[in-house]
Ligand binder design. Structure first.
Ligand code: SF4
Length: 64
């Protein structure tokens, strides 16, 4: 199990994370990312890591 963390003040709502893994990241009504769930099962870790790495603002990180 890994955990995703978001630095909301760094998010600019570009939405790359939502495009790549909408099961975990969604843009909220305020235009910033919301985590659907911070908990990432091992089977989804590489999938979510790719979305984390896609953020151009480095607003996301995943901790094992
Ligand atoms: S990719 Fe980064 S900047 Fe864009 S919505 Fe996701 S967290 Fe925010």
């Amino acid at each position: 199990m890994s955990t995703v963390h978001v630095d909301r003040p760094a998010c600019e709502g570009i939405g790359m994370c939502e495009t790549q893994a909408h099961e975990y990241f969604q843009i909220g009504d305020d235009g910033l990312v919301d985590l659907v769930t911070p908990e990432v099962p091992d089977g989804d870790r590489d999938y979510v890591r790719a979305a984390v790495d896609s953020c151009p603002m480095s607003a996301l990180r995943i901790v094992d």
